[in-house]
Design a protein around this ligand. Structure first.
Ligand SMILES: [Zn+2]
Length: 215
């Protein structure tokens, strides 16, 4: 079955995938993909004009759709986007250290001017993940909550500076100040052009179609 990514973020058009010059500290946490099912990477590390600076080590995902699927038009309701409302899952056990849930969703193709709804989890000292653009009223976790891997953090939305609904996951070594760090994911596979799958190498890249290992 052919799959493609329905909407390409125009900001991702200049993506480059250059490796960092700085060796990251050893990573303790085994991070899973923060969703179930088959999704695609629409923006990778150190790319565009959004995965730079304090957000350099971040990934944007949307659910994959059959080839030929067209993105909803300008003015379409957010729930016409396949990503909207999809659950975001904790990629590992962790404690909620930031939970902002009071922001609105912006209309599709409108980039919001606020911070949007977001959650940051601490998995281990110096190992955090953040989830951005969460849907209005979808953040039901609170600071101090302990989540198990696979528990729902929130739902995908179009809050903050998103253009269309997608999931942004960022990798951090510190939240005060926010400091980005390279982290790798495990327990997932990548679709080949013939529809078969191979094990992911830990660093999802723009254009890849991914799924977690079936349990
Ligand atoms: Zn992003």
């Amino acid at each position: 079955m052919l799959l493609l990514l329905p909407t390409s973020d125009p900001r991702a058009a200049t993506a480059t995938e250059s490796p960092s010059a700085e060796p990251p500290p050893p990573q303790i946490t085994h991070l899973s993909l923060p969703f179930s099912g088959v999704w695609g990477v629409i923006q990778g590390f150190e790319s565009g004009d959004t995965h730079v600076g304090y957000a350099a080590y971040a990934l944007d995902f949307v659910p994959a759709q059959p080839a030929g699927t067209r993105a909803p038009r300008r003015g379409a309701a957010l729930n016409r986007f396949v990503c909207y409302g999809r659950p975001v899952l904790a990629p590992a056990d962790g404690t909620v250290v930031v939970a902002h849930g009071g922001a609105r969703d912006w209309p599709a193709y409108t980039k919001g001017l606020d911070q949007g709804n977001y959650v940051i989890l601490e998995h281990a000292p110096g190992e955090y993940t953040e989830f951005r653009h969460l849907a209005a009223r979808s953040v039901t976790v609170h600071v101090g909550d302990h989540l198990r891997r696979g528990e729902v953090v929130g739902r995908c939305g179009n809050s903050g500076n998103a253009t269309t609904p997608h999931l942004h996951i960022g990798f951090l070594s510190s939240i005060d100040p926010i400091t980005t760090r390279l982290m790798t994911l495990s327990g997932y596979e990548v679709m080949n052009v013939d529809g078969t799958w191979h094990r992911g190498d830990g660093t999802p890249r723009k254009g890849e179609i991914l799924r977690p290992f079936a349990d």
